[in-house]
Design a protein around this ligand. Structure first.
Ligand code: SAH
Length: 224
């Protein structure tokens, strides 16, 4: 996971304890028998903020898979949605079909455009979505919180439901290790409405983190 505020309700619920990570700044929490690992990207010492985005997510996933060999990796957190798709603040989505990138534009022939966009596998989420009341959606990752017109075009062309900053990076590392992957994201903001996204994000963080926690707790108790 990327942000402390997103993770703390889950750490509290399962009574997870911090274990020493062999790779600073990653912060790893586990339950007693290590059947559940929650791994945070950790803080940027220089800027005093949580490490977010694809770079930190890649490192985190690599460290976790190498140390714990999980059966499944679930990237959870908050995300933006599209009002045009009737999504609502607080909705919780699970990844469907694939995850892609919307901000890696590489118009060089020979496969680089497709490589930039990516298409990373996710588990079939139909049963989980029905059992636990999640919406299924196509998730797209980028390294900016705001978006350019070109990002918007790519997301519209690909029928994207959810915009965030980590899922495709986590999915890529999972694909290299043949590890099952899914992402579960609670909506904090609309990316296609004029209200400033960062204000909405801060206002709705608590609601989204609470909804995320409730769904994650049910799903993890079912999986364990
Ligand atoms: N201003 C925030 C920073 C949030 S960055 C702060 O107070 O720290 C956004 C984080 O939430 C990322 O981890 C990303 O995955 C997710 N996120 C939520 N809404 C998003 C959006 N509209 N676009 C991209 N990422 C979003």
């Amino acid at each position: 996971m990327a942000m402390h505020e997103e993770a703390l309700p889950i750490i509290d619920y399962f009574g997870l304890e911090k274990v020493s990570s062999n790779f600073y700044p990653i912060e790893i929490y586990t339950n007693k028998n290590e059947s559940l690992i929650l791994s945070l990207n950790g803080k940027s010492e220089e800027y005093k903020v949580d490490n977010i985005g694809s770079q930190a997510a890649t490192l985190n996933t690599f460290v976790v898979i190498n140390n714990f060999k999980p059966n499944i990796v679930i990237n959870c957190g908050t995300a933006g949605c599209f009002s045009s798709k009737k999504a609502k603040i607080g909705d919780v989505y699970i990844a469907q079909d694939k995850v892609i990138y919307h901000d890696r534009r590489i118009s060089i022939p020979g496969g680089y455009s497709e490589y930039g966009m990516g298409s990373y596998k996710v588990i079939d989420s139909y049963d989980i979505s029905k059992k636990f009341g999640l919406k299924q959606g196509l998730i797209s990752t980028g390294d900016s919180f705001d978006l350019s017109d070109e990002d918007m075009r790519i997301m519209t062309d690909n029928n994207v439901d959810i915009k965030e900053m980590e899922a495709a990076a986590v999915a890529w590392v999972c694909s290299l290790h043949n590890t099952d992957f899914t992402a579960i994201k609670a909506v904090t903001d609309f990316v296609d409405l004029p209200e400033t996204t960062s204000e909405l994000f801060l206002k709705n963080m608590e609601l989204a983190a609470g909804n995320l926690r409730n769904k994650i707790v049910d799903i993890i108790e079912y999986l364990l």
